[in-house]
Ligand binder design. Sequence first.
Ligand SMILES: *Cc1c(COP(=O)(O)O)cnc(C)c1O
Length: 368
Amino acid sequence: MVSEASSGAVLTIDLAALRANWQSLRDRLKGAECTGVVKADAYGLGLEPVAKTLAGAGCRVFFVAHLDEGVALRAALPKAEIHVLNGLLPGTAAEFAAHRLIPVLNSLGTIDEWRAFCRTRQSALAADIHVDTGMSRLGLPPDEVTALAAEPARLDGMAPGYLMSHLACADEPDHPMNRQQLAAFVAVRRRLPLTRASLANSAGIFLGSDYHFDVARPGIAVYGGNPLPGGPNPMAQVVRLQGKILQVRGVDTPQTVGYGATHRFAGPARIATVAVGYADGFLRSLGNAGCGFVGDIRTPVVGRVSMDLITLDVTSVPEAESRPGCLIDLIGPQNDVDAVAATAATISYEILTGLSRRYHRRYVGGTE
Ligand SMILES: *Cc1c(COP(=O)(O)O)cnc(C)c1O
């Protein structure tokens, strides 16, 4: 844990907003199970505090990507149902069983392996079946679905979990791929003997109830990312990132700032050097493009982003609010995570999962 005094930035994570976001998604699902996707350290916000908050709000089913993430989550939540999206790697079945983790089986090969493992344990252990409906990434391809439908006994001896698939274009509601994947998923569901089905991620929930099935898997919307890019964000902001000023200098002669001398001051200016850089996930693409805010005063990033530092133009900020130790909002009320992502030519997911371990983390709005 990095102390506030020694840190280069303060990351505030609002657990009340997180809880409200999850509950609003759950309410939108009208009875379908709302799970929590907490892979990649809960999208960079901290697996344990996030998972415990969601569990407190009523979430009982979680998805992680890696087996090790599942093991860590099991330690935090002894009673939760935990599914591992990346599935079964050779030789890991016993560890799944030891921690009561449910593998998402992505191929016929891993289905056969899990079935054999269940036989040696003489125990019907749960597993999900993930079918590919157009993502071409993980999941049984159509020929394997056909083979499994012809021989459903390959699932005998294991407990049926979810039948699932993943949408490629859910954040583009008018994309024809959504309807195509929905139709393909409905068709697969008729052919395989699993009763509980799951298709929607965050954006998929907003495509309407046809996409909800029995179980939804929201991630980014819970963390405050906009599931409807381009439109107003229905979710509450969860993160605020405040960078700390190390040094302020006045510029009164024509001169440049930073590597490559990419920004030249035309007239008098004040520059604040802030202790955040690309090693902290403040992307280099924000050089001469991103900005911070002091209250509602915009402070443009001038020059390139360095590994551990950025420079911002604070000419229009009162001196009392731009001294060493003062904080500048790098993600905040005026520049939310989607706005920062858009400026950096990326997506909110990459901004959140890149948030530095060097930031002092402050969790607010918790119930304990
Ligand atoms: C990451 C992931 C999700 C969550 O997606 P969001 O867009 O963050 O809501 C759901 N399902 C699968 C298979 C995933 O990999």
